[in-house]
Design a protein around this ligand. Structure first.
Ligand code: KIV
Length: 272
């Protein structure tokens, strides 16, 4: 496997990601939905490429992730994996595609066998523990997602910070511990106070990847189109447009990766 510069690239594994937490090396992650952008991210040295169901908004122009289907996710995961040789590919299980253990296994297998994903991501806390255990027992690595859960937007009513009071913060921390015990290998924390993300990151042995969760998570993720400043309807407070200071997509991605690794992104203005 070669990069465009001709260097041999060793693919990142789940073991490398665990080791990065132990050695306090920040993990960089961005979303991608097609082979060309995936290739840019891969060549820029991004560690994890997330095929997010955010494609519902940024690719399809829908008003949430709810309409995204398994066929959409398989198609875009396949496109992304065709563009990557080094990055670790995580793909989202979309809305209600993991409502039972059997359904979760069938759909996760599609993302891995047809899409070539290395890991699947699902949203939710303790109520997902049995599903996580079943997936892991089948050899399917799982990333969980806590805090703001975009697939639950119709219950939440709006996209807002979660875990602001002590009761909800405790529930999210407990969920994280239960999911780690169930076997998840990675945890995305979206839109929660920095202090809560710090507590969770310290309590867990698995890496946490923050988005709107402060600077002390083990890694950071952004929606690619937000950090390139091209998202329909603008970008959230926790994102940053890296294009104005760089002027080219590859340079913007490299600037993001460097800022995350140096602890220069996110700053307080991107956190809660
Ligand atoms: O779908 C997505 O892009 C995500 C990130 C926001 C973490 O889940």
């Amino acid at each position: 496997m070669y990069s465009t510069s001709g260097q041999i690239q060793k693919p990142i594994s789940i073991v490398d990601l665990a080791g990065m937490k132990r050695s306090r090396e920040k993990i960089t992650c961005l979303t991608a939905y097609d082979a060309s952008f995936a290739r840019v991210l891969d060549n820029a040295g991004i560690d994890i490429v997330l095929v997010g169901d955010s494609l519902g908004s940024v690719i399809q122009g829908r008003d949430s992730t709810v309409p995204v289907t398994m066929d959409d996710m398989v198609y875009h995961t396949k496109c992304v994996s065709n563009g990557c040789s080094r990055a670790f590919i995580v793909a989202d299980l979309p809305f209600v595609s993991y409502s039972s253990p059997g359904r979760a296994v069938t759909n996760a297998a599609r993302l891995m066998q047809q899409g070539n994903a290395r890991m699947v991501k699902l949203e939710g806390g303790r109520q997902r523990a049995e599903i996580v255990k079943t997936l892991v027992s089948e050899g399917i690595p799982v990333c969980a997602h806590l805090g703001l859960l975009p697939q639950s937007i119709n219950q939440l009513g709006s996209y807002r910070v979660q875990g602001k009071d002590s009761k909800t913060a405790r529930l999210i921390l407990e969920d994280a511990l239960i999911l780690e015990e169930a076997g998840v290998s990675l945890l995305v924390l979206e839109c929660i106070p920095t202090v809560l993300a710090d507590e969770i990151t310290q309590a867990l042995n698995i890496p946490t990847i923050g988005i709107g969760a402060g600077a002390n998570c083990d890694g950071q993720v952004l929606v690619l189109y937000d950090m390139l400043g091209i998202s329909i309807g603008g970008s959230p407070k926790f994102s940053k447009n890296f294009m104005p200071d760089t002027g080219a997509v590859m340079d913007a991605v490299k600037a993001y990766a460097a800022a995350v690794r140096q602890g220069d992104f996110p700053r307080d203005e991107h956190s809660f």
